[in-house]
Ligand binder design. Sequence first.
Ligand SMILES: [Fe+2]
Ligand SMILES: [Fe+2]
Length: 206
Amino acid sequence: MVTAEAPLPPLPYATPPDWAAAMVPDLGTLLLDQAHLEKKAAAGALAFLFRVPGGADVQRALSALAREELVHFERTLRLLAQRGLPFAPLQPGRYAERLKAAVRSTMPHRLADELLVAAIIEARSCERMAAMAAALRAVDAEAAAFYGELGEAEARHEALYVQLAALLLPADALAARWRELGAHEAAVLAVLPRQPRLHSGTGSGA
Ligand SMILES: [Fe+2]
Ligand SMILES: [Fe+2]
């Protein structure tokens, strides 16, 4: 696996400090959203396994990532079941769809952008799950521990997707595209509505 170049800057959007506390009353919906997100994350990693060029090290890293996301999915299903909450369809938020609208259409830029979007989603998940862990600590220790444990993995996943994008773009182009996609993500979150989803926005909706 490639080693990371100079670390990329943090995403420009920072979730407001009151976001997680506002989500706590809708924890059941948020956990159901989490189950769907983990399943999608596994599917995304598996899709990259077939598309990202590279040798056994790349294949092994993506295979392990897909497996870890499935473990997260099963862990979330367990927590739902313990709480008597059924696994059911849930209208997804539009965050990922809006992010992907910025992906360029020609290769290798298309795949590099898809990997960077995946990295951004992992980074945002990491930030939001840490915020949920902190907000829940005093009121629901079990859910706080759940978010804390799963959220830690997301930082590693972000790093892997950035490393894979670095196989496709020179370092300066990678950094420039990261900044562009980060600005796009900030604009998306500013518009998407507040609702009980891990990737909810802080706008009034569009
Ligand atoms: Fe995960
Ligand atoms: Fe992840």
